[in-house]
Design a protein around this ligand. Structure first.
Ligand SMILES: [Zn+2]
Length: 86
C-alpha cells in the first residue's frame, strides 16, 4: 500500500517464533492493517529470493500477487573492496 516504510511494522516473513531469522532476507515493512491481515487471516506471504525484497502474497483462494519494493535495499561495502580513493 502507500504507507511509508518508516511508519510500518517490521514483519518477519517466516515468524521468529517458528525459527525465522532477523535478517534482510526475512524482514519486510508492513503497515498495521496489512500486518494484521498477514497474521490473523489465511493470507500468506513469502519473500522471493533474488528479487530485492519482493513479497509474494497468496490469498485464501490461492490467487497470488507479487509486490516489489519501490527501491532496492542499499548494499554497503568497505571502501577497500571497491578501491575508492578516500
Ligand atoms: Zn499496508
Amino acid at each position: 500500500c502507500g504507507m511509508p516504510a518508516s511508519r510500518c511494522d517490521v514483519d518477519h516473513n517466516v515468524d521468529w517464533a517458528l525459527g525465522g531469522h532477523t535478517e534482510l532476507t526475512n524482514l519486510g515493512p508492513l503497515c498495521e492493517g496489512h500486518h494484521t491481515v498477514r497474521h490473523h487471516t489465511d493470507w500468506r506471504i513469502e519473500q522471493v529470493a533474488g528479487l530485492g525484497g519482493a513479497i509474494l502474497w497468496t490469498s485464501p483462494s490461492g490467487r497470488r500477487y507479487l509486490v516489489e519494493p519501490e527501491r532496492a535495499v542499499p548494499v554497503f561495502r568497505s571502501t577497500e573492496s571497491v578501491g575508492a580513493p578516500f
